[in-house]
Ligand binder design. Structure first.
Ligand code: ZN
Length: 344
């Protein structure tokens, strides 16, 4: 498939990939997939590209821009940063190997991009990872931003609950002193509506950072719009046929049951789980999100917190193996698929 010429400038990554060590913890599944992409002895760039194509992160074939009957685009080695490019045998037009993919116009090598995606999956600090992998901070931040956006859009496509499912809701930090003692000194800046789908193990959560308290409204309308925001969030995040249960710190919303009504039918252990333990992981994330609040409450701050919570809970949902999950999402969203007519 590939025609290679000996090239003394070929960068050998085989040594660095044998003993992989990172300035952050990496799960076994994530690490082995990463190694699968970058390991190899000879022609590592070619192997990398073949593996990325097989995985779906690069198109296996593309169309020539000229698109004449004589056009036939081939992969050829070239003195470019990726060592390989698309060249049309008919009209000689060249296109980057990264065209129609996540890597297109990214100002780092494809290996560096794979490294930054791995770092993001492992919740590594963006600046620590950028420095370690020698990626420009601006490029590293752009990759992290893209992944956070992907996560938010994936989450918005999924809903909690469904037929015969119970979705619990509770308000942070209002619930704190009852559920677990508040031991931090940081002020409670944001109210966060927490939602938990009891059907899944581990529990599927969703968070909504409330905007209501950010509006400087001091009249009695305030109560009403808080209730409205809760109502709108619950209906957009849950399937219509779920049983939605309001916690003790949630304003009463039409069509929901109260936690008191729910637990009266449960045994003591289940009662404890539904009213307390189910929230422990969610509260841990909400507590951690307080670090992101700089000064007073603002919408910008709220969206930073929202992004952190979305990404964190999505990461928790997939655990080790998250790297593969994210790369598949990237492949689906970014890689162009061309329908090539087979002419016999
Ligand atoms: Zn052509």
């Amino acid at each position: 498939m590939f025609k290679m010429e000996p090239d003394s400038t070929t960068y050998d990554i085989s040594n660095s990939s044998k003993d992989v060590s990172f300035p952050f913890c990496v799960g076994q599944c994530n690490l082995s997939l990463y190694k699968h992409f970058v390991s190899g002895e000879k022609n590592t760039e070619i192997q990398l590209i073949e593996r990325l194509q097989t995985f779906g992160l690069l198109p296996k074939t593309i169309l020539c821009l000229e698109n004449k009957p004589t056009c036939k685009v081939m992969c050829k080695s070239a003195r470019v940063v990726d060592r390989v490019q698309w060249i049309c045998e008919g009209c000689k037009r060249k296109q980057p190997i990264r065209i129609g993919s996540f890597f297109y116009r990214l100002q780092c090598t494809m290996v560096q991009a794979l490294q930054m995606i791995l770092a993001w999956c492992e919740d590594a600090d963006v600046h620590v990872a950028a420095e370690f992998f020698d990626v420009k901070p601006r490029v590293a931040v752009a990759i992290y931003d893209k992944l956070d956006e992907l996560t938010a859009s994936e989450l918005s496509n999924t809903k909690l609950g469904g037929e015969d499912a119970v979705v619990l809701s509770e308000m942070y930090p209002d619930c704190l002193n009852r559920l677990s003692p508040d031991t931090t000194d940081q002020p409670h800046v944001h109210q966060i509506l927490m939602m938990a789908d009891t059907k899944h193990i581990p529990t599927h959560y969703r968070f909504h950072v409330m905007k209501n308290h950010l509006k400087k409204v001091s009249n009695s309308c305030n109560e009403e719009s808080l209730q409205e925001e809760v109502e709108n969030t619950l209906s957009s995040v849950t399937h219509g046929n779920s049983l939605v249960v309001s916690g003790n710190n949630i304003p009463i919303v039409d069509g929901t049951a109260s936690i008191a009504q729910l637990v009266q039918h449960c045994d003591v252990e289940m009662q404890h789980f539904l009213s307390n333990r189910i929230w422990s992981q969610a509260i841990t994330l909400c507590n951690a999100s307080r670090d992101l609040c700089s000064g007073g409450p603002s919408l910008l701050c709220a969206s930073t917190v929202q992004r952190y919570l979305d990404t964190s809970l999505y990461r928790l949902r997939y655990g080790d193996g998250f790297y593969e999950h994210m790369l598949k999402i990237i492949a689906n969203k970014f890689t162009d698929k061309y329908e090539i007519c087979k002419e016999e």
